[in-house]
Design a protein around this ligand. Sequence first.
Ligand SMILES: NC(=O)c1ccc[n+]([C@@H]2O[C@H](COP(=O)([O-])OP(=O)(O)OC[C@H]3O[C@@H](n4cnc5c(N)ncnc54)[C@H](OP(=O)(O)O)[C@@H]3O)[C@@H](O)[C@H]2O)c1
Length: 329
Amino acid sequence: MDLSGSDALPRRPLGSTDLLVTPLCIGCASLGSMPETFGYVVPEAQALVTLRMAFRSPINFLDTAASYGDGESERRLGLVLKEFRGVPSGYVLSTKADRNLRTGDFCGDQVRRSVERSLRLLGLDRLQLVFLHDPEHTTFEEAMAPGGPVAVLQRFKEEGVIEHLGVAGGPIDLMIRYVETGAFEAVITHNRLTLLNRTAEPLVDFATPRGVAVLNAAPYGGGILARGPDAFARYAYQNAPPDLLARARGAAEVCRRYDVPLAAAALQFSVRDARIASTIVGVSSPERIAETLALARFPIPEPMWAELDQFATWEGDPERPRQPGSSPG
Ligand SMILES: NC(=O)c1ccc[n+]([C@@H]2O[C@H](COP(=O)([O-])OP(=O)(O)OC[C@H]3O[C@@H](n4cnc5c(N)ncnc54)[C@H](OP(=O)(O)O)[C@@H]3O)[C@@H](O)[C@H]2O)c1
């Protein structure tokens, strides 16, 4: 999608739901302050000013999770929502139901407690969109069992507490399995549809014809494609292996030649893909909002895209080898 035309952002249906979202979504993981994942602390005042800026921007979509800062992202969002007297009209707020981060418990009761805590921290009595978050931390069978996490989320939906359900996580085969159940209206993939990694392609091809909205999170691979491979040599929350670093440097060199910021190419790679309902970008300071909009509108010569394709891989899990607890999820 070309966003260069006007200050307003277009809104389109989120899959087959009645929600209308902009092609950009503000990801609130780092706003919960997760120094073990992102490498820096985000003070509360900085998070609040960033969130206020997000709500006043042309972007109408924010994404958080119960696990981000173990409730801190939702608590901070709740403070700003109180100032705005709830989710501003026309905005979409998604959160995610999580396992217990201390014990790993991912049973149905835990997911009920997670949703109840989200409602409390956000100060809301209804949630527009809730994702089953990182179900790779349990088995498919346990997640789908009677009384299990998915059944609990469906119950909340029947009661009107949750309007729409999604699934968010890493392993592509597993995400496809969840989409196949028909229980979810949206799916989040992360770090797997970027300039450097295209392993989410089969998921996108599977979900979109079924009317399941695909949201693409972490278009910068967690930072390397925004800050550059020499400033930030990590991808998907772990140290980047040498082959990935070499590919990132190659992509950066092509961008330099075309005089295009690497971050603009990384962001528009996702935003221009008509199959992607919205691209979830992580930001932790207010100036990032205007920067993100400018990057999404930066003019990019068409031939650059084909040149960038050579630096992508279509195989391999970017989170392997995984460092326990390191992913924001
Ligand atoms: N399992 C899941 O569902 C899942 C997994 C991963 C992510 N997500 C969602 O996707 C969101 C985004 O993921 P992410 O934050 O991990 O990765 P990301 O969006 O690929 O990258 C975020 C990083 O890029 C930096 N950045 C952003 N804009 C920049 C700019 N204009 N110039 C320079 N640096 C810039 C940020 O820096 P600053 O912090 O300095 O702004 C941050 O370090 C999360 O917040 C979350 O909502 C979901």
